[in-house]
Every structure is written in C-alpha cells, then in structure tokens.
Design a protein around this ligand. Structure first.
Ligand code: APR
Length: 308
C-alpha cells in the first residue's frame, strides 16, 4: 500500500487525509507540532473506517520517524488567512514553518514526491524547492486544481450545467494575479466564450479569482478546506496512479511560455515521477501576455522572500 504523509493536521491537512482515506488511495500519516491533534484526528478517521469500510490506515504523530519512506509528502503546515488578509500576508510566519518542515520531511522520505499547499503558494513552493534541493519534477504546489474548480463552479452556476461536463482552466499566480483561460474552458467541448456573453465570462472569472476570499469572508475564522482537500487528493491520485492526467499545477517552469525558472500554475502532466511535462497550450498574444504578467507578479512576491 502506498504511503502519503500530510504535514499539518489542521483543516486542509485533515480534510485531504479524510478524502485520500475514503478513496482508499494510500495509508496516511498526519504529522503536526500540536501534541494530540494528529493522533486524535487519525483515531477519529480510523473509527470512520469501520463505517466507510476503507482498508487503508490513518495514523497521527509528532515524530517524522513515523513518516519514513512516504511516496508522497503533502505540506499544509502554516497559518491560514483571516478576513481582510491576502495570501501574501502569511509570508513571514509561513516561511519559517516551511523551512523547519521541509528538511525533516525530506530526511525521512528522500525519494518522495512533494506537494506544497501552504500559502502564499508560489513563494512557499519556491522556498521548499530552494531549501530542499529536491529535483523540480518531484516538487510542486497545489493551487491550480483548486482555482480551476472554482472557475468550473462559477460556470456551472452561470449556465446551470453539470460539473462533469465542464473542463475549466485557471493558471498563473495562486492569488490576485491569477489568470483564467475562457477560450479553453469548455462545456461538453464548447468554449464558454461561445456559450455566454463577455460580461458573463468576466463575472465567472471574477467569481473564480475572488472565490477563496469569499470563503474567508464567510467563515471569519480561517480559510477554505473542503475544495483544497479534494484538490490535494486529486493530485495524489494522479501521482500514485501514474495517470498522466493534465491539470493546473504550481510547477517549475523552465522556458515554457517564454517564462524562465519560476514556480507557477500551468497545465502539467502528473505521474508516478511527479511532474512529467509542462503542457504548452496554443495561446494567442493576449493570453500569453497575461500569463507572463502573472509570472512577473510571482517574481515580485519572491523578492519579499529575500528579506526574510
Ligand atoms: N510543523 C507541523 N505542523 C505545523 C507547524 C510545523 N512547524 N506549524 C504549524 N503547524 C500546523 C498547526 O498546528 C495546524 O494544525 O499546521 C496546521 C494548520 O492548520 P490550520 O490552522 O487549520 O490551517 P489550514 O486551514 O489547514 O491551512 C493551512 O494551507 O491552504 C493553506 O493558506 C492555507 O497556509 C495555510 C495552510
């Protein structure tokens, strides 16, 4: 049975663990600094195991020795947004947490595929990459699957269609600089640009970009976790299952789309080795310019990292 470690047993980490276990994808180890928290949530999920009849095991620990030889390590440790905060406001605290976590996780599982989730996502994934020395194909971030899901939701709400019929693409920075691709976002294969007017497309894009903040505003005590947890599980499933599925992933771009040496969401083929390929869509000049501008917004965020 494959083994997935999830660092951070908070809302996002525990939800991901729940979905991974429910889908019977892998044994899950939850690790956290808080004593009792990962153990308690793991025990609760093991009780659920008897209801749902999944066969994988979920364990909780404060010791990285228990995470040894994981196939995938998901990092969700860190603080979450409160109302009025951007993802970038989390940088100072979460950079310290990411630094302390990545080394310990890597030492226990040197061959794992790493999926970063902690925000601000693009900067934290870059930090993990630089600190760890893990090859770029084995280290990525989860942002684009979630952003694309939010775009898909907006399209379903607008057109009254089913999620299964929608293929949605949100790429670029996992933040205000996010880019949606309406021309490549389809319902049963038809681009949404042919199914709604420009104003409605723009409203869907806005709903996607502001989706995370909308949840934060309603919750008031933290940020989203159901859709992030499901998005993590989708990536883990593609990696462990070696499916070669293409999805929006915060991957290391190395020349594709005219962008050099940068972590950001782009269409990415996932398999057992992690990132197999960054897939280049046939963009028009305006789409390419928007993606490159998004890349510049990520670079601006990275400049703050140098001050920490
Ligand atoms: N090592 C392990 N776990 C840690 C560490 C650390 N050094 N520091 C903090 N944690 C744990 C906390 O104890 C807590 O259980 O990380 C968990 C974070 O959980 P929540 O506060 O519930 O936050 P959550 O909503 O899960 O978001 C976590 O994911 O989506 C991003 O923006 C979000 O950066 C945030 C992260």
């Amino acid at each position: 049975m494959p083994k997935v470690t999830i660092v951070g047993a908070g809302n996002v980490g525990a939800t991901a663990a729940h979905i991974i276990a429910s889908k019977n994808l892998a044994d899950v180890v939850l690790v956290d600094v808080a004593e009792g928290l990962p153990q308690g949530k793991a025990l609760d999920m093991m009780h659920m195991r008897s209801v749902e009849k999944f066969t994988v095991r979920v364990t909780g620990t404060n010791d990285y020795a228990d995470t040894r030889d994981s196939d995938v390590v998901v990092i969700t440790a860190g603080i979450a947004r409160k109302p009025g905060m951007t993802r970038e406001d989390l940088l100072g605290v979460n950079a310290g947490i990411m630094r302390s976590v990545i080394g310990a996780a890597l030492e226990a599982s040197p061959d794992a595929v790493f999926v970063c989730v902690t925000n601000p996502l693009d900067v934290m994934t870059t930090l993990a990459y630089r600190e760890s020395g893990v090859p770029a194909n084995r280290l990525m971030g989860m942002g684009g699957v979630l952003d694309s899901a939010r775009l898909s939701f907006a399209v379903c709400e607008q057109l009254g269609c089913e999620p299964a019929d929608v293929e949605a693409w949100a790429v670029g920075a996992h933040g205000e600089g996010m880019v949606c691709w309406p021309r490549f976002t389809t319902v049963k294969g038809t681009p949404i640009t042919e199914l709604m007017d420009e104003e409605a497309v723009a409203a869907c894009v806005q709903r996607c970009v502001k989706g995370g903040a909308e949840v934060v505003g309603l919750l008031k005590t933290g940020s989203a976790y159901y859709a992030p947890g499901a998005s993590i599980a989708k990536m883990v499933e593609a990696i462990l299952g070696d499916t070669h599925e293409v999805m929006s992933v915060c991957a290391h771009i190395d020349g594709q789309y005219g962008i050099e040496d940068l972590y950001m969401n782009v269409p990415t083929r996932l398999g057992r080795s992690g990132v197999e390929e960054i897939v280049e869509f046939d963009l028009d000049a305006a789409e390419l310019a928007a993606l490159q501008a998004s890349a510049e917004s990520v670079r601006a965020g990275l400049a703050n990292l140098a001050d920490l």
